[in-house]
Design a protein around this ligand. Structure first.
Ligand code: F6P
Length: 195
């Protein structure tokens, strides 16, 4: 059976500053993760004649993939991070101060809350559907390098998590989640490559 590997991009400069959205490059730690990820893929998939690397169209995922040389890369716009609309580029603290109603509305119902001129988790869950269909059709391993909200949605689908849990699933940086269909249903393994 073909495994699916899910990982967030390496830490970005906005992750360091606590800013959401944007199209930043990687921090020094994020660059280090890109090297470790390539090494992991090289070793873990060395006996695979075919595999593919799927990224979003945001540069932090392409940069994270760039040391992986042996497999083709595919960019998906539907893998781009949740659109935070008017809050794009802000920190959670800034949203709390300048838009307290938005902050508390999201806190009260993170699944359904839609950022003004942006998206909700429900929107994202719907948006990633074509990627899920394609992932299920694959006969060889896929490494998906994407973003927190996107990976929560993909993970929840494959691991059969209830909708209400999706916005709260732990998908830490610098960790690869391997999902595989096993005899007893879906199996997962996590590889924490660095802090
Ligand atoms: O902070 C990184 C990030 O990917 C943001 O770009 C995005 O808005 C956020 O995570 C999604 O996580 P949450 O839904 O918990 O705010």
């Amino acid at each position: 059976p073909r495994p699916i590997f899910l990982t967030r991009h390496g830490e970005s400069e906005d992750n360091v500053r606590g800013r959401i959205g944007g199209d930043p490059v990687l921090s020094e730690a994020g660059e280090k993760y890109a090297l470790k990820l390539a090494d992991f893929v090289h070793k873990r998939l060395k006996n695979e004649s075919a595999a593919s690397i799927w990224t979003s169209t945001l540069q932090r995922t392409g940069i994270t993939a760039r040391h992986i040389e042996e497999f083709p890369k595919v960019q998906w716009r539907v893998l781009d991070e949740i659109n935070a609309g008017v809050c794009d580029g802000m920190t959670y603290e800034e949203i709390k101060q300048h838009m307290p109603e938005e902050y508390s509305a999201r806190k009260a119902d993170k699944l359904r809350y839609r950022y003004p001129r942006g998206e909700s988790y429900l929107d994202v869950i719907q948006r990633v559907e074509p990627v899920i269909v394609e992932l299920e059709r694959q006969r060889s391993p896929v490494v998906v390098i994407a973003h927190q909200a996107i990976l929560r949605s993909l993970y929840a689908y494959f691991m059969d998590k209830p909708l209400k849990e999706v916005p709260h699933i732990q998908v830490p940086l610098h960790t690869i989640i391997e999902i595989q269909m096993g005899v007893a249903g879906m199996q997962e393994k996590r590889y924490k490559l660095m802090e």
